[in-house]
Design a protein around this ligand. Structure first.
Ligand code: IVH
Length: 694
């Protein structure tokens, strides 16, 4: 092969990997995919095909070589004693024939018996593993990357159908049972939740999987409990103390233990019957209360499964036979331009609302002009749209015979649709970009990204507030977030004292965010959570990242030339540097060195003195709050004092504390760590309860 085409293939493979990683991140970490499942599948297949043809270009870190996506950092990790594999997806009947053929060939000469199969529903949810020891639920984790998942025990315990203790129905309870299943959300619950999110201006969950994942990966189990999740169990990992021979028996057994197994599960001796099962399930699909996206076929006998074994990510003894994506026909009424946080302008299809698989579809991203031209779409066209289980749809193709005479071609905008600023075309990407750094649309998106859970985690600074503060010019640049005071927050529509206070403290608390969260929050193009972590681990301070060269960045494992250039461009911009200085002046963490941690019970048994003019609450009120938290509040500073809390115009007590080296905390900082309103309300509640008892 000549050098040039080889380089081109290499480049394409790299691009596909970067794009798949970005989509993985959006899907698994943010729970907010930007392409449809089938769009993702086709990227993945394209990469798999190229790697098959050019095996020497396969690298260990290619998305095709992994079982899933990395777990996020907010939960403890649990290592699965047996990896949780994924399933090969099959879309055509001929591929299923292939699957059966390979199974039979694999078993030939190694088994006297013909294989039997179990067919089940393929739920669109989140895979989990629960561990029961001597019948007691010990832990629960997500699948994560297949090897290591996240500890979601507390959240899983809130699901009513999860038994905390296995039922003893004259069966021997195994000493150890690792049982696997799918956490799902019903269609009704997903619709309810999305309506609620829409009314709060929050992004919608694209599909039940993301909704289940988002609900399970909550740090507060109370929130999980409010989302009515459910579970179906479909297999086991390790089992000790009980001997089972096949999958069907296993399902029967775990059902007896009280673990919910789906009723549409059948054992088949004849593989021909499985096609009928597939068709009958597809016909029932819309009537089921939960989403499914296909069926799963598993070889029943464990001895057969063992002979067949597994590939890197998927077993040879099972496969997912997916349904064709659901399609509908509607009108492409317009193509609008959406400005993102980095100024990139994406064309969006504005569709005549149409119902598809239980959801009303109004819009769909068209990605870029190449995509529009490749699909030959015109404004005014009648189009076929598709949903492969997700709420985010894709425009597949126009029905050309129905094209009206006045149908219009889409043109890349000459000006930014929001600020009318100049637009440049990003080389090689056919994407226009608004180059006005002060564009309000960009600022809105940057604020939303900055405040998002994965970045600075400022609860309450969602779509609606971001839009309002930009439209009303309360913020001109990102760092102005930290200039928002109580009075400004109280002026936001619908904001009262408590909500303003909550947002104020959320903004203040975000100053403690880790360096990688801050880097990610800056919204540098191509810098997601993973790259932000790599940068943090290597440089450990923003200043060092600013100073490092393009070459240094490019040769870092996991960074690559595109991201390196983007990072360099960002920190070469003087406005961005000014903004970083401002962030620093507001007290944002600029290094990876841990500050002294203040935990929930930090105040317990601490000797505290209050001094100076306190602004937010009276001294008596704060004294009460601190005492509720177990602190001893006294009037004078001595060597025994652990903490001096100061308001304005603090005098002699502050001087003394400085002399003896007592820890000093400003009133504002104190409020980051405590919630006075909640604390007093809790205390009141306790008192009332006590009175009821007597
Ligand atoms: S069995 C080795 N059974 O599909 C077998 N998985 O792509 C591994 N899923 O991660 C899984 N319904 O989240 C199995 N009846 C079912 C399933 C099912 C949905 C999901 C599961 C898994 C993914 C594999």
């Amino acid at each position: 092969m000549s050098k040039k085409p080889h380089n081109l293939v290499h480049k394409k493979i790299k691009e596909l990997r970067e794009s798949i990683r970005e989509h993985n991140y959006n899907y698994y970490v943010l729970d907010s995919p930007v392409i449809s499942d089938s769009g993702y599948d086709s990227l993945f297949r394209e990469l798999q095909d190229l790697e098959k043809k050019h095996p020497h270009l396969i690298t260990k870190d290619s998305p095709t070589q992994r079982v899933g996506s990395s777990p996020s950092d907010t939960f403890k990790k649990i290592t699965h004693s047996i990896p949780m594999l994924s399933l090969e997806s099959i879309f055509e009947k001929s591929e299923i024939d292939d699957f059966f053929r390979k199974v039979e060939i694999g078993l030939k000469d190694k088994s006297n018996e013909l294989p039997k199969y179990v067919a089940e529903l393929k739920f669109d949810g989140l895979a989990v593993e629960l561990i029961y020891k001597k019948g007691k639920l010990i832990s629960a984790s997500t699948r994560g990357d297949g090897m290591i998942g996240e500890d979601v025990t507390h959240n899983l315990r809130t699901i009513k159908t999860v038994p905390l203790i296995l039922r003893d129905s004259f069966q021997k309870i195994p000493d150890l049972l690792e049982v696997r299943g799918e956490v799902i959300m019903t269609k009704v619950e997903l619709e309810r939740l999305n309506k609620e999110r829409e009314s709060r201006g929050e992004p919608l969950f694209a599909n039940p999987r993301n909704a289940a994942a988002g609900s399970l990966r909550q740090l507060d189990p109370k929130i999980t409990a409010q989302r009515k999740l459910d579970i179906f169990f479909y297999g086991i990992g390790k089992i000790e103390g009980v001997d089972i021979k096949n999958h069907y028996e296993t399902l029967d057994l775990i059902r007896k233990f009280g673990l919910r197994v789906n009723g549409h599960t059948n054992l088949f001796k004849k593989k021909e019957d499985i096609y009928k099962y597939y068709e009958s399930v597809e016909a029932k699909r819309n009537d089921l209360p939960y989403e499914i996206d296909g069926i799963v076929i598993k070889v029943n006998d464990y001895s057969h499964q063992k002979i067949l074994g597994s590939r890197a990510r998927t077993p040879r003894y099972a496969a997912a036979y997916k349904f064709k994506p659901r399609q509908a026909i509607t009108m492409l009424e317009n193509i609008t331009d959406q400005v993102g946080r980095t100024g990139i302008i994406t064309p969006v299809a504005e569709l005549k609302p149409v119902r598809l698989g239980g959801v009303i579809i109004k819009r769909a991203t068209l990605h870029n002009i190449n995509e529009i031209e490749k699909k030959d779409l015109y404004i005014g066209d009648t189009v076929i749209i598709e949903r492969a289980g997700d709420v985010i749809p894709a425009v597949i193709a126009p029905i050309k015979e129905k094209r009206p005479k006045n149908a219009q071609k889409y043109k890349i905008p000459a000006k930014c649709p929001v600020c009318s600023g100049s637009v440049e075309i990003i080389e090689g990407e056919s994407l226009p970009r608004c180059i006005n750094a002060n564009c309000s649309a960009q600022l809105k998106e940057r604020i939303k990204h900055f405040a998002s859970k994965e970045a600075m985690n400022i609860e309450g600074l969602g779509d609606r507030v971001s839009d309002y503060i930009v439209e009303n010019k309360l913020i001109k640049r990102l760092s102005d977030i930290y200039k928002l005071d109580m009075r400004t927050l109280m002026s936001l529509p619908g904001f009262k004292e408590k909500s303003s206070y909550n947002l104020f403290t959320a903004i203040e608390s975000s100053k403690e965010a880790s360096l990688d969260s801050f880097i990610m929050a800056l919204g540098i193009r191509f810098v997601g959570r993973k790259s932000a972590k790599i940068l943090t681990e290597s440089f450990r301070s923003i200043k060092k990242i600013i100073k490092c060269s393009y070459e240094e960045l490019e040769c870092m494992e996991g960074i690559g030339p595109v991201t390196a250039k983007s990072v360099k461009d960002f920190f070469n911009d003087s406005d961005n540097l000014k903004m970083i200085d401002e962030f620093e002046s507001f007290g944002i963490e600029m290094t990876a060195d841990k500050k002294k941690e203040i935990t929930d019970n930090f105040f317990n048994e601490k000797r505290i003195v209050l001094t100076g003019e306190l602004k937010t609450f009276s001294r008596n009120y704060l004294r009460d709050v601190l005492e509720n938290l177990g602190a001893v509040v006294s009037d004078s500073v001595s060597s025994k004092t652990d903490l001096l809390i100061i308001g304005d115009k603090a005098g002699s007590k502050l001087e003394k504390a400085e002399k003896i080296g007592t820890r000093i905390m400003k009133e504002k900082e104190l409020l980051k760590h405590i919630n006075p309103i909640e604390s007093i309300e809790k205390k009141k509640g306790e008192k009332e309860k006590q009175q009821e008892l007597f």
